[in-house]
Design a binder for this molecule. Structure first.
Ligand code: FAD
Ligand code: SF4
Length: 499
């Protein structure tokens, strides 16, 4: 829904644009109710804007009589009806959709063309060229390439302040009583759409306040969210980027991923405005705040897309550790005594949102330590988050978080015991479990599961230089302690649904 796309720069009465709400897309995975609502609402708003500008548009609502609930069946019907002489479409973000659209085009007897969405800041080919012949991909190299390509935070072809990344300054715990501005929420009534979705029997997860939908669904609202971020949150964004706190669901995060992934606002606009804001407020906003923000969007976001398009479809079935366990039941309810998980999961069900460290070092970390099959982990992330679309979900989940790609995305698995979670949050001091204990009755499950994981995967990980220290620590423990920890881990794994 890129309103600035060159397609819309002039009105052409011979062109008919098509948008559709179809069961094929609501049902390929169970999605959070807020994700389905947000997408439908944004599509309807965009459709109204295009029509108001004078463009011809055919919009299939979910309950329209002529809606066959399949993208290609609807298109086929429409092309015949209108006696179309050409068919153009924008390149889909997901491999799944790109594949069925390619087959559809092959079946047509009229000329077809696939065009860029004009949204992203890099082409997958640039990613492929940069890493040609390399066994692993390094985000840092890609990020430097992108900074130079777009001339962002660069002076005389060198990074501002002499370093490409100030990640080291971005790992602070939130001090007690730090004032956190309330997140900017949009209060929209979506009762009619909720009824529509429920009447159609669309299977969803999570909850919504039907008279109080909070996410941006237009370019104007996305812009308001960006303005709010620059004015109120950028000042501490980098510093507390990895911090977590009880009952704080978004801290200083921008919550712009949904708007960007729907193309309600471009990454270019987000970066440009944030950098300009920093430039004129340098006396109050430290450089590492803006560098950290730019790195997430210009670096990680584009990097994940490059990785996706160069590695699919094989990427979707990678399972380096051959994990087979099911996801614990409480991932669907948040009903666990582990405060870190309960907080992260419950807020995900309530808001369809968790920030990066909650996704990576709480839910993702636990799933990896518990040996959950990456398919189950992927399904959960793809469903629960409002910003989840496969190109950016699977690369983060199966790649970065579950290391199911054996190290393509990251140089080591993102795992930790309670000590990291305690360092970055106040979760542990509010928990039933004891963060220091490894084997006692209230021992934090992360502790024994962590060492169990290290021990289990020695053959696959011990030669990784970034894991050497962990193996040295484990090997130094006496055999009795090791055995007690491994036994505790087995007990926890055997009653995982009760933790
Ligand atoms: P902020 O913290 O404000 O960051 C600004 C922007 O940077 C984000 O809006 C996002 O566009 C971008 N960004 C930051 N980190 C990443 C990253 N690792 N990959 C891609 N973009 C990034 N992001 C999604 O957009 N969709 C997903 O389905 C998704 N699934 C994830 C699954 C796991 C297991 C993990 C660890 C991360 C996932 N992420 C995903 C990345 C990240 O968690 C979200 O982009 C971020 O939490 C969105 O919140 P925000 O907009 O407040 O981000
Ligand atoms: Fe999570 Fe363990 Fe800390 Fe509890 S003690 S919050 S389970 S890390």
């Amino acid at each position: 829904m890129n309103a600035k796309h060159s397609w819309f720069s002039a009105i052409n009465p011979n062109v008919l644009y098509v948008m559709m709400e179809v069961r094929q897309e609501t049902d390929y995975a169970p999605h959070h109710i807020q994700k389905v609502l947000g997408i439908f609402l944004a599509m309807r708003t965009f459709a109204q804007q295009l029509t108001a500008l004078g463009h011809n548009l055919k919009y299939f609502k979910l309950d329209d009589n002529d809606n066959q609930q399949s993208v290609t069946t609807n298109l086929h019907q429409l092309l015949l009806q209108k006696k179309a002489t050409q068919f153009h479409y924008l390149i889909p973000d997901e491999y799944r959709v790109a594949t069925y659209m390619q087959s559809f085009c092959i079946s047509l007897s009229i000329p077809t063309e696939v065009l860029s969405t004009e949204h992203f800041m890099s082409e997958p080919k640039e990613f492929a060229d940069l890493f040609e012949g390399k066994k692993t991909f390094i985000m840092d190299s890609f990020y430097r390439f992108m900074r130079r390509k777009h001339d962002i935070l660069i002076e005389n072809n060198k990074p501002l302040f002499g370093k490409w990344s100030f990640d080291g300054d971005n790992r602070k715990k939130l001090p007690k009583n730090t004032p956190i501005p309330a997140p900017l929420l949009f209060h929209k009534d979506v009762s009619d759409l909720v009824k529509l979705i429920s009447n159609h029997g669309v299977k969803t997860i999570g909850t919504v306040a039907a008279d109080n939908f909070i996410w941006p669904t237009s370019n104007d609202e996305a812009q308001q969210l960006l303005d709010y971020f620059c004015k109120n949150l950028l000042v501490h964004f980098g510093t507390y980027q990895d911090a977590m706190a009880v009952n704080q669901w978004s801290i200083f995060h921008s919550r712009l991923s949904f708007a960007m992934n729907l193309k309600l606002i471009s990454p270019h606009q987000v970066i440009h405005q944030a950098v300009q804001h920093w430039k004129i407020n340098q006396s109050t906003i430290d450089y590492h705040q803006i560098e950290g923000f730019v790195r997430q969007i210009l670096g990680w976001r584009e990097y994940m897309r490059g990785l996706y398009w160069t590695q699919m479809p094989a990427f979707a079935s990678l399972n380096f550790f051959e994990h087979q366990n099911p996801l614990p039941q409480w991932f669907w309810s948040g009903e666990t005594k582990m405060t870190c998980l309960s907080q992260s999961i419950k807020q995900s069900l309530t808001y369809s949102y968790a920030h990066h460290i909650q996704r990576l070092m709480v839910t993702g970390n636990f799933a990896l330590l518990a040996g959950v099959h990456p398919d189950e982990v992927d399904q959960w992330y793809l469903g629960i988050y409002i910003d989840a679309f496969e190109w950016v979900e699977i690369t983060n989940t199966r790649g970065m978080s579950q290391y199911a790609d054996g190290g393509l995305t990251g140089t080591k698995p993102y795992i930790s015991s309670a000590s990291y979670i305690d360092k970055m949050s106040d979760y542990c001091s509010n928990c039933y479990y004891d963060k220091k204990e490894k084997i006692g009755s209230k021992a934090c499950p992360f502790n024994s599961l962590y060492w169990n994981f290290i021990d289990n995967h020695r053959a696959k990980l011990s030669s990784n230089p970034r894991m050497t220290m962990m193996y040295a620590v484990w090997d130094k423990m006496d055999a009795n302690t090791q055995s007690a920890i491994l036994t505790k881990a087995q007990i926890y794994l055997s009653k995982i649904d009760e933790l």
